[in-house]
Design a protein around this ligand. Structure first.
Ligand code: ATP
Ligand code: MG
Length: 356
């Protein structure tokens, strides 16, 4: 029997509530399957820890995580700690330290969940957005001169490297190839940004030659937002820069119904280091402790984690269970239901146990 070592970092707000739900589903799957098990180590790295000790995680934090097969992450952020501190104090050191350069965000409308586009239901919107997660517009390069003066200047430099663009492009083509439609849309803004974005276009063309069975097209990011709303069926796999995909995936999440159902995976495709799996939503202190956090995003990212670990059958079983429970109307208030986090979790575990 295989035992996967999972580092669990529930962190802040509703993080601990949804991660606890996620572990229950993972346990149910392991028991149902019998072929694998989880050895979970929980870390208390969080804003609470920051307030106690001055650091969200210990200095050798990433070193401690190296020995794990995957990282299961809740949410970080607290009303009384500045956002950039929490982001740079916990999530980003892990993403960057482990070179998790592919941020993978599946989006589809789950049965029973009402989505905002008229006439667009389950089956009409089934996308995976691949976000470049290591460079681009969020490289942090730039500066300010003459602060506060009328002549103040600030620069924010985007860094695109051939290695960085090629590896994310290759990842996206491969992912597109593995999906039934075998269709990729490469998003840039190469009409206005004529250096890095033109290099993206060129590299897309080069990499495409290694994937003759993948059909692909190019979109400018502004036109892409229109296409996502007007013609969601025409899209499948999407690849874009750090900034563009950040924005597009929020739009995608909204079009699919709720933040509470949107998952993400931060992947090191070369498997040198553990990858990290998390719901897209944040700590949501407005509903913390009320027992109504939607655990679906966390189940979905747990399914991504199982897929990454090679437990494809369990990954699919989990998503079938989630879809059944949504279709049965057992949902939390954010998607129009009246169920509690634990009701949804129990129903999903029951569906896992009961499935033939
Ligand atoms: P952070 O600062 O960590 O991003 P936040 O308070 O901005 O946290 P988000 O998680 O970004 O909150 O979500 C915005 C709102 O969406 C929340 O205030 C909450 O009401 C709702 N929400 C987010 N995630 C969930 C969820 N899993 N279940 C139910 N509602 C959610
Ligand atoms: Mg937020």
């Amino acid at each position: 029997m295989k035992t996967y070592k999972i580092a669990s970092i529930p962190a802040d707000g509703i993080g601990p509530e949804v991660i606890a739900a996620g572990h229950q589903a993972l346990e149910a799957l392991a028991r149902r399957d019998g072929g694998f098990a989880f050895d979970v180590t929980e870390f208390d790295w969080s804003s609470e820890r920051y307030k106690r000790t001055g650091a969200l995680m210990p200095e050798d934090g990433t070193e401690q995580l190296k020995a794990f097969d995957a990282i299961f992450f809740g949410a970080v952020g607290a009303p009384d700690v500045p956002d950039h501190l929490t982001l740079w104090g916990l999530r980003l050191p892990i993403c960057q330290g482990f070179d998790q350069y592919a941020n993978v965000r599946p989006t589809r409308i789950l049965p029973g969940i009402s989505a905002p586009l008229e006439g667009v239901g389950p089956g009409d919107l089934d996308w995976v957005i691949v976000r470049e997660n290591s460079e681009g517009e969020y490289s942090g390069v730039g500066g300010r001169a003459h602060k506060g003066m009328p002549e103040e200047v600030a620069t924010e430099v985007s860094i695109f490297t051939r290695v960085g663009v090629e590896r994310i492009m290759r990842y996206a083509f491969k992912l597109a190839q593995s999906r039934p439609r075998k269709f990729l849309t490469v998003v840039t803004k190469s009409n206005a940004q004529r250096h890095g974005m033109v290099m993206w276009d060129e590299i897309a063309m080069e990499v495409s030659k290694d994937f003759p069975d993948v059909e692909w097209d190019k979109m400018l990011v502004d036109a892409m937002t229109v296409r996502m709303v007007k013609d969601p069926k025409s899209l499948d796999t999407i690849v874009a820069t750090n900034l563009h995909a950040d924005i597009l995936s929020d739009l995608a999440g909204a079009l699919a119904g709720s933040l509470g159902v949107a998952p993400t995976a931060n992947i090191d495709p070369e498997r040198r280091f553990p990858s990290m799996f998390e719901p897209i939503h944040g700590s949501a202190f407005d509903i913390t402790g009320k027992g109504i956090a939607n655990p679906v995003a966390t189940f979905w990212t747990a399914s991504q984690m199982l897929e990454h670990l090679g437990e494809s059958a369990a990954a699919q079983r989990l998503m079938r269970a989630v879809e059944k429970v949504c279709a049965d109307g057992i949902m939390t208030p954010d998607v129009g239901g009246t169920a509690k986090t634990q009701d949804v979790t129990d129903a999903v575990c029951e569906a896992i146990r009961g499935e033939n």
